[in-house]
Design a protein around this ligand. Sequence first.
Ligand SMILES: [Zn+2]
Length: 47
Amino acid sequence: MPKCHICKDKIEETFLNKLIGTYINKKSVCSVCQKQYSKEELIEKTK
Ligand SMILES: [Zn+2]
């Protein structure tokens, strides 16, 4: 199971193996962090 690059929590997947979250700079980010930070912050944090 992939982990969030920012909070290090495990990221859940749907039954179709789709990540509940997103990829930024080719790193996985969970939906919680996605909501918590702006896009600019997420890009900075995944560098
Ligand atoms: Zn996270």
